[in-house]
Write a protein that binds this ligand. Sequence first.
Ligand code: GDP
Ligand code: MG
Length: 598
Amino acid sequence: METRRIRNFSIIAHVDHGKSTLADRLLEVTHTVEDRKMRQQLLDNLELERERGITIKLVPVRMNYRSREGVDYVLNLIDTPGHVDFSYEVSRSLAASDGAVLVVDAAQGVEAQTVANAYLAVDQGLAIIPVINKIDLPSAQPDVVRGEIEEVVGIDASEAILASAKEGKGIGEILEAIVSLVPAPSGRRESPLQALIFDSVYDNYKGVICYVRVFNGVVRTGQAVTFMATGLNYQIEEIGVFRPQMEPVEELGAGEVGYVVANIKSLTEAHVGDTVTDSRAPAQSPLPGYRKIKPVVFCGFYPIEREDYPQLREALEKLQLNDSSLFFEPETSTALGFGFRCGFLGLLHMDIAKERLQREFDVELVATAPNVVYHILRTDGEIQEIHNPADLPEISRVEEIREPLIRITTFVPTDYVGKTMQLCQDRRGAFVSMDYITPERVRLVYDLPLAEFIIDFHDRLKSVTRGYASLDYEQRGFQAADLVKVDVLLNEEPVDAFSFICHRDASYHRGQTVVRKLKELIPRQLFEIPIQAAVGKRVIVRQNVKPLRKDVLAKCYGGDITRKRKLLEKQKEGKKRMKQIGRVSVPQEAFLAFLDVS
Ligand code: GDP
Ligand code: MG
């Protein structure tokens, strides 16, 4: 394949502005997919994506296109997600592309993620083709939107293409713009092989499949290759392209996008961002790869059945292959047994990971309440990073607790500015700036503790603005705050899974909520059980579960012996599913019910 006939591009946009629909039209017009196989949002393969109507994973696909001048091109399109939690997917797609089609909804205009994603593309030096989509809508205002793209995103939009992905308008212009404005890949076939792994997935038949963009050289079946970061060697078993299903080819040369299958044994050997090179004639240095991404939201995943622990580990490894921003490490809890502490880029990411584990890998699990990562400045001067409130050192050894801060950018109609500011203030937000995008819309910027954001900030924002606000955020490092760890004690014994860290002012209120809920869930036992919330040694909330004299056999007085025996057996069974916290038996169900709703 001649590199000058190749164009690699991504489609980027704010959520719902029409990326996936536009991708469908491009596939149709280029006859990549037969008409009878065409269905809506074809590239959203995951069942979850189709159900929720959102794109979670990047998807590459190769198309053939004959331009109006009669020249044949190969176009590699990478459809990307729009939600902030998945911006790592977007940046990886962009690193495999030379241009980006920026889709903006003609009725909604520029939104928070339009700007964020466009900046990612600008940072990577990509050619950007602005497309104003949904011009079929009666409320479309293409001229206003053109102005917004120029003013807010800061790119020339005089040539922006007016399109309707739904009705198939403007699709030809978009294809022409891609071949004329997106530069051909710059690599050389003659140079040593350098192929960037930009994603990977586990397949039951083929094993690990790596998605690659070849920057230099050629990769062929049978070739001996080295993964530069790990130094491990493999033989290439299969090479192919996405059409969009996998289709084997003989080779992939400089500029091409496709996949490679090698005899990769362990799931942890394929790293996204690694460079594949030729073992016999290796490249001097690897490609830049990706910046390491750090998870900021953590929770525990525990198998519901203890025996499922190994399955959960394997499922996490397989999922991590396809979701390189997922983090996990083993952890044990007195209440829940063996499980994993998992790290995510946000709550939606956590939610999606949990669902994918259950659906794609068939493991039943319970997730503990999420918390953010904390940096603890200890009295010995060291900084300790903790992922679990239970790991907080003795309070006498803690100098300062630092929490992650984010900077949120919201685009809000002027009518809702007051309410949005109020919401930010209630969440310990610090005002940064406000400016008018148009007379009707304002860009509002606040710094906010991430912990306040993950509770339900996005939902609250949607409700106070009736869904008219859009939101994006970026991490802003760590900041000390007056935070305390609240322990929950059952009969004087702390229960690790229930500990949490929060702002001192909120500790009483949150402690009370937890204690009240636990009181409902814990069955009465032979003795009185105090449930307490405490900060250090100071108890801030206390309630009691009243004692009960429970004599199961009393009911069967004079009854037949087999029934008595059955009851005793049943009680024994029940005991097995009880967790012993000191002298208190807590039904497993109580933990699950408690954790699932919090
Ligand atoms: P994505 O989140 O950017 O991938 O957006 P989708 O392609 O999933 O589209 C979001 C919604 O907008 C869907 O309901 C589409 O049917 C609709 N949509 C996409 N393009 C158009 C268009 O040109 N006109 C109209 N009226 N609706 C569109
Ligand atoms: Mg989509």
